[in-house]
Design a protein around this ligand. Structure first.
Ligand code: SF4
Length: 369
C-alpha cells in the first residue's frame, strides 16, 4: 500500500468532484466519465490500461493521481456462501465488508467508520470503541474490491445487486464522506444501483436523516430495537439525544419526501430484554402510521456480551403479534455466523481512541443538532 502518498485518490471523488479535478489540471471535464467507466465498469485501476486516454494524459495522471482502494488483507467464506473480507487501511487499521448471496440477489454490507462511538450495548463493533471516519475512497473502495473479487458479472448478472451501509460505524456521523460514496453507488457511470437497492442504516441520528433526505435518493433503515424511550436509551444511548418521538417524525418526513421512499425498522430480539408480547404491541402502536417494513433480527452473541438470543418460540410469538397488528414483519435469517460475519458481529482491527473520539463525536452531534 502506498501509505504516505500525496497523489489524489480518484476513488475519493464522485462525478462532480472528478469533473472539478480534471478542470483543475487543465483537462476537459468529460474525462470524468471516461475514468468512471474504467474504474467502476471495467474494474481497472492502472491508468496505463485506460486506452482511450492519450499517452500524455495517462502520464500526467500517474504523477498526480491514483486509484487506491483498501487492501484486501483476508477473505473468509462461510459454509452458507457468505464472504467476509478484512480490508486494510493506512495506519494499521482494518474494517470488515460482508457479501451475502441469496437467490436472485447479492447484498454487500459496507462499513463507514473504523469502529463506532455510539456504543450500542448489544453491538460488538460498539463495544470496541472508535478510531476514525473512513474516506469516500475507503467506502466505495470496499464495493470496488468486493466486485472485483466476486467477478463483476456472474452468469451475465452482477454479483452485487444491493449495498447496505450496515457494517461498522454510524454512516450519518460521517456524512461528508458517505454522501459521495452513495452517489457513486447510484450513478450509472458508477455501480448503477437503483435507489431502493442502496440502504443507509442509522441508529437514529435525526439531523443526519434530514440531511440525507435532501442529498441523495436511497433507502433508509433505522435501528430501533425498542418501542419505548427508557429501554431504547439502555440499548441505543443515542436515544437520549434523539428520543423516539423526534426520530419517528424524521422518519415520517423521510418517507413523505417527493420521491417514493422506503424505510425499514431493524429490531434485534434479545431474550427477556425487548421481546415480550407487550413490547410487540407497543411496537405496533408506534409503527402502524409510518409506511415501513419491520426486520426482526435474532441477536447474534459475541464474546463478553450478557445478552442472549430470543428463543424461536418467543420470536414466532413476537412476529405473530406485530403481523396481526398490521405491520409487514420478516425475521432475518442469520448468515455467516461461522465466520463472525453476522449482524452486530463485525469487529475489524483497530486501536480504540474513544476518549479523544468521544469528544469529536459529541461535537459532531452538537454541531448537527
Ligand atoms: S449498532 Fe451500529 S450505531 Fe450502534 S454501536 Fe453498533 S455500529 Fe455503532
Amino acid at each position: 500500500m502506498s501509505g504516505e502518498t500525496t497523489r489524489i485518490n480518484l476513488l475519493d471523488l464522485d462525478e462532480p468532484g472528478l469533473r472539478e479535478f480534471f478542470a483543475s489540471i487543465g483537462e476537459k471535464p468529460f474525462r470524468a466519465q471516461q475514468i468512471l467507466r474504467w474504474v467502476y465498469h471495467h474494474q481497472v485501476s492502472d491508468f496505463e490500461q485506460m486506452t482511450d486516454l492519450g499517452l500524455a494524459l495517462r502520464q500526467k495522471l500517474s504523477l498526480l493521481a491514483e486509484i487506491r482502494p483498501p487492501e484486501v488483507v483476508s477473505e473468509k467464506i462461510s459454509s452458507d456462501g457468505t464472504v467476509k473480507w478484512l480490508m486494510g487501511l493506512p495506519g494499521g487499521n482494518a474494517v470488515e465488508t460482508v457479501f451475502i448471496p441469496e437467490p436472485g440477489r447479492g447484498t454487500l454490507c459496507v462499513s463507514s467508520q473504523v469502529g463506532c462511538a455510539l456504543n450500542c450495548s448489544f453491538c460488538s463493533t460498539g463495544a470496541q470503541g472508535f478510531n476514525r471516519n473512513l474516506t469516500t475512497g475507503e467506502i466505495i473502495g470496499q464495493v470496488w474490491q468486493a466486485a472485483k473479487a466476486l467477478g463483476h458479472e456472474r452468469n451475465g448478472e452482477r454479483a452485487i445487486t444491493n449495498v447496505v451501509m450496515m457494517g461498522m460505524g454510524e454512516p450519518l456521523l460521517n456524512f461528508d464522506a458517505v454522501a459521495p460514496a452513495l452517489s457513486l453507488m447510484r450513478d450509472d457511470l458508477g455501480f448503477g444501483l437503483a435507489a431502493r437497492r442502496v440502504t443507509v442504516s442509522t441508529a437514529g441520528l435525526v439531523p443526519g436523516i434530514r440531511q440525507l433526505r435532501e442529498t441523495v435518493d436511497v433507502a433508509l433503515a433505522v435501528s430501533l430495537h425498542a418501542p419505548v424511550d427508557d429501554l431504547r436509551e439502555e440499548l441505543v444511548p443515542l436515544n437520549r439525544k434523539y428520543p423516539i418521538a423526534e426520530l419517528m417524525q424524521a422518519c415520517q418526513d423521510y418517507v413523505d419526501g417527493k420521491h417514493k421512499r422506503s424505510i425499514t425498522f431493524e429490531y434485534t430480539l434479545m431474550d427477556g430484554i425487548n421481546d415480550s408480547p407487550e413490547h410487540a404491541r407497543q411496537l405496533v402502536k408506534l409503527l402502524r402510521r409510518v409506511p415501513s417494513k419491520l426486520n426482526l433480527i435474532p441477536f447474534n452473541p459475541f464474546p463478553g456480551t450478557a445478552y442472549r438470543c430470543s428463543t424461536p418460540e418467543r420470536i414466532d410469538r413476537f412476529q405473530d403479534i406485530v403481523r396481526k397488528g398490521g405491520l409487514i414483519a420478516t425475521v432475518r435469517k442469520t448468515r455467516g455466523q461461522d465466520i463472525d460475519a453476522a449482524c452486530g458481529q463485525l469487529a475489524g482491527k483497530f486501536q480504540d481512541r474513544t476518549r479523544r473520539s468521544e469528544r469529536i463525536r459529541l461535537r459532531q452531534v452538537e454541531e448537527t443538532h
